[in-house]
Design a protein around this ligand. Sequence first.
Ligand code: NAD
Length: 693
Amino acid sequence: MSDAASYSVRDGIAVITMNNPPVNGLGSVLRPGIMDGIKKAGADPAVKALVIIGSVKAFSGGADIREFNTPKMNVLPSLPEINDAQDACPKPMIAAIGGFALGGGLELALGCHYRVALPKSLLGLPEVKLGLLPGSGGTQRLPRVVGAAQAVQMMTTGNPIPAEKALQLGLVDEIVQGDLLEGAIAFAKKAQAPKRIRDMTVKVDGDPKQFFEKARAEVGKAARGFPAPLEIVACVEAAVGKPFDEGRKEERQRFAKLVEGNESKALRHMFFAERQTTKIPDVPEDTKAREIKSAAVIGAGTMGGGIAMNFANAGIPVTIMDMTQEAVDKGVAKIKANYASTVSKGRLKQEAMDKCMALIKPVTTLEAGKDADIVIEAVFERMDVKKDMFRKLDAVMKPGAILATNTSTLDVNEIANVTKRPQDVIGTHFFSPANVMRLLEVVRGAKTANDVLATTMKLGKTIKKVPVVSGVCDGFIGNRMVEKYGQQSLFLLDEGCSPQQVDAAAYKWGMAMGPLAMGDMAGLDIGWEIRKRRTIERPDFIYSKVGDKIAELGRYGQKTGKGWYKYNLPDRKPIPDPEVEKIIADYRKEKNIQTRQISDEEIVERLIYALVNEAAYILEEGIALRASDIDMVYLTGYGFPAYRGGPMFYADTVGLKNVLNSILKFQAGYQGAVWKPAPLLVKLANEGRKFND
Ligand code: NAD
């Protein structure tokens, strides 16, 4: 037998132990071992039953991701072949589930005749998260055990369920309180005969036709064009209406279709892109990181509070400082309310909240945080204020501390250069709400030391962010691109669209929300301030003044109850507002703009290609390290639909030549002068290449 799967026999019970760390991925070394064990146990008259077990931490996490896209994936036996052998085995087979059984791991467990689990184990089929469906019988076996409704729920969300729930549903036959192997062997001794899931029928609540109509409507609405969830519903329907082998065949066909589709490719791209962001070509992986055992945050406003929560959540003590006791108290009260709301929703235990609050220390002097290993400044967005603060931090903070700024637009080099230790200065650009949003742009200054960068990237992971390196430029990666997106959204209004038409087209395409609703959420005063600055800094900056007309009326978005929409606060649902229509119509008249009907397709192309073109400049300038980093910025910070893989991946799927041709067409249209195709885009398009080559 292979090292990855050991075989032993105890009291007439064969035990196959999977040992393929870290998650017992069902890779090319493990599959043959499992198969051998099943065959051996089946053939040995001294064996009465068999147990398949992993470690206490992991039964199996499913396919071995290290073998994705390699020939090893095709090494025989395949998981379906193992499942067939499980079905054919004449002796009861028990899966002993410690930790988790996910994806192919749960399909292996479903191939067993019984399942026992530890109280804390999790069971799930998360394939939908990669745009796929469980392809080794999962869609046929799970419904036979838990019923159609639960199976649809589990497989279309991809969320795992705890052992206790699995027990109620019959997915687990027994929860083992003590030693897992002992419990599994005891269970195996009692098990009389194999109970094959393939021989069972699926329970459906009510009339199957009505059930699936309803399921399709519900799942389809939530999926918004993303195909995998509906394919899963179809497979469950096959499990109900067709014999097992036919259902399996249908599952295989639908799986193959999804694997080839752009959506699944996009999600797999995202999966790998996330693992790439911390790889920095000129910073060796073994660069010794500095130790971060404590942190300090300066400014207890919107961002400072959220940033402090990240540290507390990770168990890192943090001081939070503001100018007055009142300001810091207000900030801490907000943090407390934030945690309390999570507790009230049952998503956090009171003790966990108390622990976090105990780690956050409100202070009113910089000295109080001087021993912190990292300080993150989140004060007002003004260069003079930031410089003043960094001079003070330079004087106060202990040697070796990392001095970070949360600026969203200012020049990190200019800030670093007021200190005597620019090598220790870095940008950490969190996104609002900072305790929720996963993106962290890590801004590398010209003099930032390698170990400071490596430490900050590592810290980003520790506080559960997706850290992406950005060079210094106005807006860094994300906001620099979003400016072009916002610019197009306003030009579309000029030309005849309503805010709701633009937003609906973007939403339908998959964005979490449209650009104008997003503006209302972020605050229209912020963009207005930036535009005022831009007109001074970049006199050639072209933009529609229609946004200013809205902001000038004090319509700052959700915070004032009016923006591009009106709001019945505290309800944040945008309501179309005839006043806005009039402002836009007046503006068109004032500028003598000819309006026209604009298709949803054109709206989406103009918005998304504006992002793509700016991203190409960013990539070419070396502001982003790689195209997939830009994708991660948009996927984790800007509500870009995961199944489209990010702007660069999406452009690749459309074909860069097609993207370029559209841009050239837009050049001839309204405000066409803003469309300057990035040289990198032109080059790659002409060479028939991709951004993510
Ligand atoms: P905010 O106005 O909510 O909070 C700023 C806080 O800093 C205030 O509590 C203020 O009292 C305090 N402060 C100002 N000067 C200080 C000083 N000298 N010493 C101590 N405290 C001081 O602002 P915010 O929205 O939290 O933004 C803070 C920073 O984060 C800015 O640089 C901003 O550009 C950046 N940022 C904001 C967002 C966002 O969406 N709000 C997103 C990313 C980055």
